[in-house]
Design a protein around this ligand. Structure first.
Ligand SMILES: CSC[C@H]1O[C@H](OP(=O)(O)O)[C@H](O)[C@@H]1O
Length: 348
């Protein structure tokens, strides 16, 4: 099915000489772009959430390496790799939880290690492939996830997993788009996703741009919404899926999974295989990013909490595999994922 009408926003674009980013800190009221020609500036943009979303930060980091390589003199790929390693380390350090960042850098290291004098062309082609494969994966996952949804269903999604978080179309939001396009989805709800408000500022804006009717809810209203029977699936993205099927995702995902299990609502995780990390045994081994408490203590730069009050700001949590009804990837759907099914689906 042609979903292209649902996909007009582009968060990341390579201009041939620079990386053009839609500054997501300013959405939805300002659509401002910045163009970066330096890999350390890309690392800062990832850390500062100019660009965010697991696949999108992997793609941005890949182009950051290309920027670091643009004026590099090296006889072959292995020599270029030695010279590029410090910049790659700084890109990798920009955010710890989404495995897509390290995954993209590993792909570039692999091609450089085998490249000859044409190493810059090989590097650039790999960055282009990472981006193109992500878009193809999102469109395939959209159809696979939508097929799980009974017509007339209501969906609840969390954070932003759309074109702003990927190369386009989205992961969980791709399933929402495909489900709507196929006439299977009757109601769409989106959680605001405190404290950075990816849902309130980004997801409902993306869906509005698509002409998809979505209702914003407070994060704290999600269980009450499920109790009402209005939703049949919670559909979320992921930042890292471990070897046993545990899922790291935006803070609040675990609470949604627990409530979904209690109320008999399906819990669908939608993520490309670039988010699967078989080298990490379980969710207990994932580094959970903690961001500046000021993100909780202020709103639009205005302090909203009394001086002297502390805050704790973990921005991801881990949903155990046993709470996942379906893991949708471009390689197929894993129902009730566990170590065995993860190994069968993603193992070498
Ligand atoms: C398809 S995006 C995956 C994932 O990334 C988001 O986190 P952030 O906005 O902090 O980069 C969120 O956890 C999404 O589910």
């Amino acid at each position: 099915m042609d979903y292209s009408r649902y996909d007009r926003v582009r968060a990341v674009a390579w201009t041939g000489e620079a990386l053009r980013l839609l500054d997501q800190r300013k959405l939805p009221f300002t659509q401002g772009f910045i163009e970066l020609d330096d890999s350390d500036a890309v690392a800062k943009a990832i850390h500062d959430l100019v660009v965010r979303g697991a696949p999108a930060i992997g793609i941005a980091a890949a182009w950051g390496v290309v920027l670091a390589a643009r004026n590099l003199e090296a006889a072959d790929g292995p020599a270029a790799l030695v010279a590029l390693e410090p910049a790659m380390q700084r890109l990798n350090a920009s955010r710890p939880t989404a495995v897509n960042l390290a995954w993209a850098l590993a792909r570039l290291r692999a091609v450089l290690s085998r490249a000859g004098s044409d190493w810059y062309a090989v590097l650039t082609a790999e960055a282009e492939a990472i981006e193109a494969e992500d878009l193809a994966a999102n469109r395939r996952m959209g159809g696979l996830g939508a097929a799980l949804i009974e017509p007339g269903s209501g969906l609840l999604t969390h954070c932003n997993t759309g074109s702003l978080a990927t190369s386009g179309f989205g992961t969980a939001l791709g399933v929402v788009r495909a489900g709507v396009a196929e006439g299977r989805v009757a109601r769409v709800f989106a959680g605001e996703t405190r404290p950075w408000n990816q849902g309130a500022r980004l997801t409902v804006w993306e869906l509005l741009e698509d002409g998809i009717d979505a209702t914003l809810i407070a994060d704290s209203a999600a269980a009450h919404l499920m109790a009402s029977g209005a939703v049949q699936w919670v559909v979320v993205g992921a930042d890292r899926v471990t070897a046993n099927g545990d899922v790291a995702n935006k803070i609040g995902t675990l609470a949604l999974a627990l409530a979904a299990r209690h109320f008999g609502v399906g819990f669908m995780v939608v993520a490309p295989s670039s988010t699967v990390d078989l080298d990490t045994a379980s969710g207990a081994d994932i580094e959970i990013e903690e961001r500046d408490p000021a993100e909780l203590l202020t709103h639009l730069g205005q302090r909203t909490v009394a001086d002297g009050v502390k805050a704790w700001n973990p921005v991801f949590d881990v949903t155990p595999a046993e709470l996942v009804s379906a893991l949708v990837t471009e390689r197929g759907v894993v129902l009730r994922p566990d170590a065995d099914s993860m190994r069968r689906t993603f193992g070498a």
